[in-house]
Design a protein around this ligand. Structure first.
Ligand SMILES: Cc1cc2nc3c(=O)[nH]c(=O)nc-3n(C[C@H](O)[C@H](O)[C@H](O)COP(=O)(O)OP(=O)(O)OC[C@H]3O[C@@H](n4cnc5c(N)ncnc54)[C@H](O)[C@@H]3O)c2cc1C
Length: 503
C-alpha cells in the first residue's frame, strides 16, 4: 500500500528512517539487513541460509487486503519451514485484537469517537513502551559478519535505490519521479521533516518533554492551534508515528508526564481536543478501518462497499483535480496549502480540512477517493486508516454529516492571519499584494496588480469557481444524496446531527 503512490519526498523520508535505524543498530554492534522481493519466497531462502528459527514481525491489523495475503503466506511458509513466527501489534495504543476482545467482536466496534472513548476507558492504563534493545541483545559482530557479507543487503543509499513495489509496474503508478526530483530534494530548498527515530525523539523532546513545555502540553486544544503558522503549531510527530519511528505509547506517556508536571495554574484540555485525544482519534480510525475490511474486504479507503461511507454521485473533472493538486485554483489559501503539501509533505490539520472540503462537497465536487490518493502520495504521514477516515469526514461521506457547514476558502483563515503571511511564504508571486487583497487577489484593481507585479489571469489564476454559487449548489446535491441514503436505509440515519463535534 505505502509505496504504490509515493512522492520523492516521502520515499526520501523512508530511506532516511532506514538509514537512521541502521546507524542505531551499528551503534549496538549489529546492522540492518534489507531483503527485497516477495516475502513468502525470499524469507524461506534466508531462513535456511542463515539458520533462522524465529521470526517476529509487525502485525498489520487494519486488514488491508495485500497485507492480509502477505502475512498469511509468510505464516504458512514459516509453519512449513518449522520457524516459530510471532506477529506483534505495535501501531496503536492497544492492539486492535485487544479492542476487539473488549467490545465482543469487530461487529460491535465503536462508530463514534464518544463510543470509542468509552471503550478506551474500559481498557485500563495504556501500557508503557518496552525498552530499546542494547548491544548484549545481538550476536557478536563476528558471528553476523560470517553469515552475511559486509556489502550484502545494505540499506538503500537514496530513494532511487528503493525496490519498486512488486504488484505494480512502475509506469502504472502515479507521481513517477526520477533523479531530477531526488536531486532537488537533496538541495534542501525547503525545511523538511527528516526521517528516522533520532529525529522523532528530538521532536518529541522539543515539543513535549523539554522543560517549559508542560503548560502547552496540558492545555493543548487542537482546534485552537494555528494552521497558518510558519512552522508547525502542532507536534508534527505524525510522519514518525505513521512510519513507526516513535511509538504512540511513547508519546502517550510523554504527554502524561508533561501534563502532570504542569503548574496548577495551567489550563487543562480534555479528549478529543487534547494531545491524548489526538492519539485516541488515531486508534479509533484504525479500529473503523479494520471493522470496514472485516465486513467487506478491501472496502476501507473507497466508497464502494464501505459500510461507513455514504454513496454520493461525485463528478469527474481531471482539469479541476489537477488545478487543486497543483495549487492553481485561484484561491490563495487553498493554493498555499497545496504548495506546502507538495514542497514539504505536511500541512496543518485545518489546512487539510480546508483543501479536502474544497475538493469535494465545498467547491469542486470531485470524488474524495481522488483527493485521498493525492494525499497518500504526498503526505510524509500518509496512513491507510487516518487518511481514509478523514476524507470520509471532510467530504461528509461518513462520521460527520453537517454538509450545510462549509469552509469558505477566503474567510476561514482571514481572521487568523489577516496579513496573509502564510500565503506570502508559499505563493511568492503574491507576496507584494496589499493585505486587503491577499485572500482575494482577483478583486485587486489593475493598477494594484501591476504595482504588486502580479497580473491575475496571467501570473496567478482567476478563481476556478465562484465559491458562493457552487457551495450552495453542492449543498443541495448533498441533500439529495442524503435523502437517497435515508430512503434506502429506511429512516432516521439520513438526518444531519445537530451538535458540532470538535476535533
Ligand atoms: C483530509 C485529511 C487527511 C488526513 N490524512 C492523514 C494521514 O494520512 N496521516 C496522518 O497521520 N494524519 C492524517 N490526517 C489527520 C491529521 O491532520 C494529522 O494527523 C495531523 O495534522 C498531524 O499533525 P501533528 O502530528 O502535528 O498532530 P498532533 O495534533 O500533534 O497530534 C498527534 C498525533 O495524533 C494523531 N492525530 C492527530 N489528529 C488526528 C486526526 N484528526 N485523526 C487521526 N489521528 C490524528 C496523529 O498521529 C498525530 O501525529 C488527515 C486529516 C485530514 C483532514
Amino acid at each position: 500500500f505505502q509505496q504504490r503512490r509515493c512522492s520523492a519526498r516521502r520515499a526520501a523520508f523512508l530511506v532516511e528512517s532506514l538509514q537512521d535505524l541502521d546507524r542505531g543498530l551499528r551503534a549496538r554492534g549489529a546492522r540492518l539487513h534489507i531483503a527485497s522481493g516477495d516475502p513468502a519466497e525470499v524469507l524461506p531462502t534466508l531462513w535456511s541460509r542463515l539458520g533462522i528459527q524465529y521470526l517476529s514481525f509487525d502485525a498489520d491489523e487494519t486488514g488491508e487486503p495485500y497485507a492480509r495475503r502477505r502475512d498469511a503466506r509468510v505464516l504458512t511458509a514459516a509453519r512449513e519451514a518449522g520457524v516459530r513466527a510471532e506477529p506483534h501489534a505495535t501501531e496503536t495504543l492497544w492492539s486492535l485484537e485487544a479492542y476487539e476482545a473488549k467490545c465482543g467482536g469487530m461487529g460491535n466496534a465503536p462508530g463514534t469517537m464518544t463510543a470509542y472513548q468509552s471503550l478506551l476507558g474500559r481498557m485500563g492504563k495504556v501500557l508503557a513502551p518496552v525498552d530499546a534493545p542494547v548491544a548484549a541483545d545481538y550476536p557478536s559482530p563476528g558471528v553476523q559478519g560470517e553469515l552475511v557479507g559486509a556489502a550484502e543487503m545494505l540499506v538503500p543509499s537514496s530513494p532511487l535505490a528503493l525496490p519498486w513495489p512488486r504488484e505494480t509496474a512502475r509506469a502504472e503508478v502515479e507521481s513517477v519521479w526520477g533523479p531530477a526530483e531526488v536531486a532537488a530534494l537533496s538541495s534542501r530548498v525547503v525545511p523538511a521533516l527528516r526521517g528516522g527515530e533520532s529525529a522523532a525523539l528530538e521532536r518529541l523532546e522539543a515539543k513535549i518533554q523539554a522543560p517549559g513545555r508542560e503548560a502547552w502540553v496540558a492545555a493543548y486544544d487542537k482546534p485552537k492551534t494555528a494552521p497558518t503558522a510558519l512552522t508547525p503549531s502542532t507536534t508534527a510527530l505524525s510522519p514518525y508515528l505513521s512510519l513507526g519511528c516513535v511509538s504512540p505509547r511513547d508519546m502517550w506517556h510523554a504527554v502524561d508526564a508533561a501534563a502532570a508536571a504542569a503548574p496548577k495554574s495551567a489550563a487543562r484540555s480534555k479528549p478529543p481536543v487534547s494531545l491524548h485525544g489526538q492519539l485516541m482519534w488515531r486508534d479509533f480510525n484504525n479500529l473503523v478501518a479494520r471493522a470496514a475490511n472485516d465486513s467487506v474486504p478491501g472496502s476501507w479507503g473507497q466508497m464502494e462497499g464501505n459500510r461507513f461511507c455514504r454513496q454520493v454521485a461525485w463528478g469527474e473533472d481531471k482539469a479541476a483535480l489537477a488545478a487543486w493538486a497543483e495549487g492553481r485554483t485561484g484561491y490563495p489559501w487553498i493554493d498555499a496549502c497545496m504548495t506546502q503539501l507538495r514542497a514539504e509533505g505536511w500541512i496543518h490539520h485545518l489546512g487539510r480540512h480546508a483543501v479536502a472540503c474544497f475538493l469535494t462537497r465545498g467547491d469542486l465536487w470531485q470524488h474524495w477517493e481522488a483527493g485521498a490518493a493525492h494525499f497518500e502520495a504526498q503526505l510524509l504521514d500518509a496512513d491507510y486508516a487516518l487518511n481514509g477516515f478523514n476524507w470520509l469526514w471532510l467530504s461528509c461521506s461518513g462520521f460527520f454529516y453537517q454538509y450545510f457547514r462549509c469552509y469558505s476558502p477566503v474567510a476561514f483563515q482571514k481572521k487568523k492571519d489577516p496579513s496573509g503571511a502564510y500565503i506570502r511564504k508559499y505563493l511568492p508571486q503574491l507576496a507584494r499584494l496589499p493585505d486587503k487583497y491577499i485572500y482575494e487577489p482577483w478583486k485587486a484593481p489593475p493598477a494594484v496588480q501591476k504595482a504588486a507585479g502580479v497580473i491575475i489571469g496571467q501570473d496567478y489564476p482567476e478563481p476556478i469557481v465562484d465559491h458562493a454559487v457552487v457551495s450552495k449548489a453542492n449543498m443541495s446535491k448533498m441533500a439529495d444524496a442524503y435523502a437517497k441514503h435515508k430512503a434506502l436505509n429506511g429512516g432516521g440515519s439520513g438526518a444531519p446531527a445537530k451538535k458540532k463535534q470538535k476535533r
